[in-house]
Design a protein around this ligand. Structure first.
Ligand code: FE2
Length: 146
């Protein structure tokens, strides 16, 4: 694995860890008439982040590397900006979530392409599955924002 792929996979693990917290913030603090479905939707997303977090860390281990495994490392490595604790109207939540999924899709596409150059087709397959999931969420959000 080249060092760029490793660095981006480390960042991805960190981003998923921080997004788990960030999406809990939104899950708790979203407000509006459709609170319940959006609250539940956000829970589904952080549960999914948690699964992906483990998958990517375990893939790093399979490739002979250590995955970042501490909060202090995550805060150094992540590109995710955290949110203050306040009320978040539903339209704002969707825009925040949309931006995060766009960032994740770009990051994971880069990892996929670097893994492809290295002939690492297992990581390619895993990252393609993740991008497919993010694409679906981006469609859900686009429909919700119409
Ligand atoms: Fe909850």
């Amino acid at each position: 694995m080249n060092t760029k792929q490793q660095a981006l996979m480390n960042q991805y693990v960190a981003d998923l860890a921080v997004l788990n917290v960030k999406f809990h913030n939104l899950h708790w603090n979203v407000v509006g008439e459709r609170f319940v479905p959006v609250h539940v939707y956000l829970e589904e997303q952080y549960d999914d982040f948690f699964e992906k977090y483990d998958e990517v860390a375990e893939r790093l281990k399979m490739l002979g590397e250590f995955a970042p495994a501490s909060m202090s490392e995550y805060l150094k490595l992540t590109s995710v900006e955290e949110l203050e604790n306040r009320d978040y109207p539903i339209a704002d939540v969707y825009k925040i979530v949309q931006a995060e999924f766009n960032n994740l899709k770009a990051l994971v596409t880069d990892i996929r392409n670097l893994a492809d150059e290295a002939g690492d087709f297992v990581t390619v397959g895993l990252m393609e599955d993740h991008v497919a999931d993010f694409d679906k969420q981006l469609w859900f959000i686009a429909q919700s924002l119409k």
